[in-house]
Ligand binder design. Structure first.
Ligand code: EPU
Length: 418
C-alpha cells in the first residue's frame, strides 16, 4: 500500500491546474448507459473512482475507448444490468447506474451499499423516487432489484432531504419516462447542473437544474453527445486551503470561482487574501494571522461537506476557537483524531467540532480514513514540523488526480513510497 512522506514547513508558490470534477464525471459516465449511440466525455479525471465506474460500465455492456483527450463510451446493448457488491462496496456512487439501467432496459440489480467511513449513506431516496416513477423494487440477498418492464412513468418526486446522487439518479431515470417528472427539493449542486447539460445534449428535456425544482419531460430515446466535464470545485478548494495554511501564494487555474464561493468567503473572513485574477482562476496569499471562524456545512451553495476536513486543518492554525458543524454526514470527523496525533487540539461533540488554535503541528505517522479526511492530513503535514507519513493513500487516489505532482510543482516536499 502506498504512503505519502511529507516534510512540512515550505511555503507553496505557483499555479495549480484543476482537473475535471470526479463527482460530475461519475454520473456523466453512468448517463452514457441511456443511449445506444457513442458518448464522448472530456476532462474526465484519472482517479480511482472513475476507473471503478468504467469497469462497472464495461461489465454492464459498454465499449470503452480512451486517450488523453477523452473517454468514449458506446453501449449498443445492455449485457448485464447489474452492479455487484465487489464494486459497490468500494464506491457507493455505483448506485448511479440504477436509474439509467431501469430507464434503458426496464431492470437493474444493484448491491445495497453498506455503512461507510463518513456515515450510513443509505439510498432509500433513490428507491423511493424510482417507485414513484412506477418501478417495482425488491430488496433481497443484499441487492436492490428494480423492474419496470413497460417503462417508467413521470411523477412528482418530493425528496424529504436533499440528496446529490439521488437527484442525479432520478434525473437519469426520468429522461426516458413517459410524461413529466418533477423533482422537488432537488440538489442544486453544480454537478447536477452539469449532468443536466450533458443529458440535454443527448436530447433530454430538462428545466430548472440548479434550482430546487427540476422538471423533466420524458423523451422516447436519447442520442450521443460530446461533453466537457466541469472543473473539480473540491480539488480547487483543497489547493486554496493549501496556499492559505502554508502562508504561500497559490493560484488555482481552470476552475469556476463561483463554485467555491462559500469557501472563498470563509477564507476571507479568516483573514486570508483571496483574489480573482481571471475568469477561471483564484489566487490565495497567506502569511498573515489566521482568524478562527466558525463554519457549518450545508448543501450547495453553502459550505461543502467535502471541504470540511480541509477547513478543519486550517483552523488548527487559527488564533482562537472555531466551531465546525457537520450537517450533511453524521460521522465525518475521522480526521480529527489523526490531526490530534499531529498536535491539533480538537474536541468532538456529536456533529460539532471545536478546534483550538494556533498549534504548532508536528509530523507523525497517520492513517487516511476517507478521501477528504486524507486531504486534510496532507494539508496539516504541509505546515507540520518534520516528517509526516500518511498511510493508506489509496483513499486520496480515489479522488485527487496527481496530488503529489501538483503539490510538488508549487514547492511542497512530498513523495509517494510503496
Ligand atoms: N441520504 C439519505 N437517503 C438517501 C440518500 C442520501 O438519507 O437515499 C442522506 C445521506 O446519508 C447524507 C445526506 O442525505 O446524510 C446527503 O447525501 P447525498 O445523497 O447528497 O450524498 P451522495 O450523493 O451519496 C455526494 C458526493 C459526496 C458528497 C455528498 C454531499 C458523489 C459521487 N458523491 O454523495 O462526495 O459528500 O454528495 O455533497 O457525488 C466525496 O467526493 O468525497 C464525497 C463523499
Amino acid at each position: 500500500m502506498d504512503k505519502f512522506v511529507i516534510t512540512g514547513g515550505t511555503d507553496l508558490n505557483g499555479e495549480i491546474a484543476i482537473s475535471g470534477s470526479k463527482n460530475s464525471a461519475l454520473p456523466a459516465l453512468a448517463a452514457a448507459l441511456l443511449t445506444d449511440e457513442p458518448v464522448t466525455l472530456r476532462r474526465i479525471p484519472r482517479v480511482r473512482d472513475i476507473r471503478t465506474m468504467e469497469r462497472l460500465l464495461v461489465d454492464i455492456g459498454s465499449q470503452l475507448d480512451e486517450d488523453d483527450e477523452a473517454v468514449r463510451l458506446h453501449t449498443p446493448n445492455i449485457v448485464s444490468p447489474e452492479a455487484p457488491y465487489e464494486l459497490v462496496k468500494t464506491m457507493r456512487a455505483s448506485s448511479l447506474v440504477l436509474g439509467p439501467l431501469v430507464a434503458r432496459c426496464g431492470r437493474a440489480r444493484v448491491s445495497a451499499p453498506g455503512g461507510c467511513a463518513i456515515g450510513s449513506r443509505p439510498i432509500n431516496l433513490h428507491i423511493f423516487g424510482l417507485e414513484r416513477l412506477g418501478a417495482k423494487i425488491n430488496q433481497t440477498h443484499g441487492y436492490i432489484e428494480a423492474e419496470a418492464p413497460d417503462g417508467l412513468r413521470g411523477a412528482v418526486v418530493h425528496f424529504d432531504r436533499i440528496t446529490v446522487t439521488g437527484t442525479e439518479d432520478l434525473m437519469m431515470a426520468a429522461v426516458l419516462a413517459q410524461g413529466e417528472t418533477v423533482l422537488r427539493n432537488a440538489a442544486r449542486e453544480p454537478e447536477v447542473v452539469d449532468l443536466a447539460a450533458l443529458l440535454t445534449k443527448m436530447g433530454a428535456k430538462i428545466e430548472g437544474a440548479g434550482t430546487s425544482d427540476i422538471r423533466i419531460e420524458g423523451v422516447e430515446r436519447l442520442g450521443g453527445a460530446d461533453h466537457t466535464i466541469i472543473p473539480d470545485r473540491i480539488e480547487a478548494g483543497t489547493y486554496l486551503v493549501a496556499g492559505a495554511i502554508t502562508g504561500g501564494d497559490v493560484t488555482v487555474t481552470g476552475c469556476v470561482p463561483e463554485h467555491v464561493g462559500a469557501l472563498v468567503s470563509q477564507l476571507q473572513q479568516a483573514g486570508v487574501d483571496v483574489t480573482q485574477p481571471g475568469g477561471e482562476s483564484l489566487r490565495v496569499r497567506g502569511g498573515g494571522k489566521i482568524r478562527s471562524v466558525d463554519m457549518t456545512t450545508e448543501e450547495y451553495p453553502g459550505f461543502a461537506t467535502d471541504l470540511q476536513a480541509q477547513y478543519m486543518a486550517l483552523m488548527t492554525q487559527g488564533d482562537g476557537i472555531a466551531v465546525i458543524v457537520e450537517n450533511i454526514f453524521e460521522n465525518r470527523f475521522m480526521h480529527a483524531q489523526e490531526l490530534g496525533r499531529m498536535g491539533a487540539n480538537i474536541r468532538i461533540n456529536g456533529r460539532q467540532a471545536m478546534v483550538a488554535g494556533p498549534r504548532q503541528l508536528t509530523g507523525a505517522g497517520v492513517i487516511a480514513s476517507d478521501l477528504r479526511a486524507s486531504a486534510s492530513l496532507v494539508l496539516a503535514a504541509l505546515v507540520a514540523r518534520g516528517e509526516t507519513v500518511i498511510d493508506r493513500v489509496y483513499h486520496i487516489d480515489r479522488g485527487y488526480e496527481k496530488i503529489e505532482t501538483k503539490l510538488a510543482q508549487v514547492g511542497a516536499n512530498i513523495r509517494r513510497v510503496e
